[in-house]
Design a protein around this ligand. Structure first.
Ligand SMILES: CCC/C=C/C(=O)SCCNC(=O)CCNC(=O)[C@H](O)C(C)(C)COP(=O)([O-])OP(=O)([O-])OC[C@H]1O[C@@H](n2cnc3c(N)ncnc32)[C@H](O)[C@@H]1OP(=O)([O-])[O-]
Ligand SMILES: NC(=O)C1=CN([C@@H]2O[C@H](COP(=O)(O)OP(=O)(O)OC[C@H]3O[C@@H](n4cnc5c(N)ncnc54)[C@H](OP(=O)(O)O)[C@@H]3O)[C@@H](O)[C@H]2O)C=CC1
Length: 288
């Protein structure tokens, strides 16, 4: 099949997907794109948590056989995740895709994060993702194969100001690699997407300050993330597993947004001629 013919309505024929947090922001764009690619065929069902999913259902043309079903599930709770997976299987008999998009955090310097707050963020972003992967694998993908995409974050230079989510997302990056190997023999591909984007519900102001740090000199939008997710789910990515795709216009390779104030707290360099040279260099009277 030519690559150019891959992305068209009907691509995910008879597929069933679980998209956690699929009713807002990036998840909503992923759900919408999956639905669009399912427009012309039957038995395509997507499962979302948020009530906004109902809105999506109403927007589907009456002629479309694709469907979207919102289901409540707290991914932090293992039993709720297992129940979600069983309920999907009872209703639709298969699960082809899992997109672990549900997540959240608050911004705080590390020194002020309480143990409870730390656990809440790790539970949501790392343990929740693990619960979903494990439940879907055990109940379906182990026997039938499938594709999983985890949404992580731009934490490649650490994540100062959100150290809990940085640690959780780095762990999911590593989990992606472990599962890609452990589950290869079942025909399960596992990949991640590390996005930088914005969406209108949050308002541009929250992310506006990041624009100067983007090589693109603009924000990304959820539709630019969902296309990468659909690519990784699709047959166009049939030989890709254990990878993390950075969808950030190169931002992770560029400046850090974290400002370090001027200070003189750093330990002195060892004594010697190089230290003297360094002092000369930093001396405001220096001719260098
Ligand atoms: C990723 C890249 C870019 C991201 C951008 C953004 O995130 S934009 C933003 C987009 N917005 C989001 O992503 C928000 C999404 N939010 C969430 O997903 C959840 O609220 C959660 C996972 C942060 C916490 O889950 P939950 O509420 O079920 O948690 P719980 O009841 O188990 O423990 C609560 C404990 O957590 C702590 N704590 C919580 N909030 C704050 C805070 N603001 N301030 C300080 N601390 C906070 C506090 O210790 C609290 O305990 P307390 O003091 O109450 O005894
Ligand atoms: N926007 C961005 O630039 C970036 C986003 N990300 C990550 O991408 C993902 C999507 O983010 P975005 O669309 O921006 O943000 P949103 O806040 O719109 O989406 C987060 C979704 O996760 C769901 N969710 C949160 N906690 C749970 C839980 N315990 N169980 C089930 N679902 C849960 C929320 O559902 P509900 O609303 O029903 O609570 C919500 O739909 C998140 O993991 C986010 O951290 C990463 C990097 C950058």
């Amino acid at each position: 099949m030519a690559a150019s013919s891959v992305f068209r309505p009907g691509l995910f024929k008879h597929k069933v997907a679980i998209v956690t947090g699929g009713g807002t922001g990036i998840g909503k764009a992923i759900s919408a794109e999956l639905l669009e690619l399912g427009e012309w065929r039957r038995d395509t069902h997507y499962f979302l948590r948020s009530a906004e999913a109902l809105e999506m259902r109403q927007k589907l043309p009456p002629s479309s056989p694709a469907s979207v079903t919102p289901l409540q599930c707290n991914i932090r709770n293992e039993n709720e995740v297992k129940a979600l997976v069983l309920s999907v299987l009872e209703r639709y008999g298969r699960i082809d895709f899992l997109v672990n998009n549900g997540g959240g955090q608050f911004s705080s310097p590390a020194e002020h994060i309480s143990s409870k707050g730390w656990k809440a963020v790790i539970d949501t972003n790392l343990t929740g993702t693990f619960h979903c992967c494990q439940a879907v694998y055990s109940a379906w993908m182990k026997q039938h194969g499938g594709a999983i995409v985890n949404i992580i974050a731009d934490m490649w230079k650490g994540f100062p100001g959100m150290s809990h989510t940085g640690a959780a997302r780095a762990a999911v990056d590593n989990l992606t690699k472990s599962l890609a190997i452990e589950w290869a023999a079942s025909g399960v591909r596992v990949n991640s997407v590390a996005p930088v984007s914005n969406y209108k519900e949050l308002g541009p102001s929250l992310f506006k300050m990041s624009v100067p740090f983007s090589p693109a000199k603009r924000l990304g939008v959820p539709e630019e993330i969902s296309s990468a997710v659909c690519f990784l789910l699709s047959p166009a990515a049939s030989f890709i597993s254990g990878a993390t795709l950075r969808v950030d216009a190169g931002q992770s390779l560029y400046h850090s947004m974290w400002d370090i104030p001027d200070h003189s707290a750093w330990p002195e360099a060892p004594e010697g001629e190089n230290l003297e040279a360094l002092k000369d260099l930093l001396n405001p009277q220096s001719k260098l």
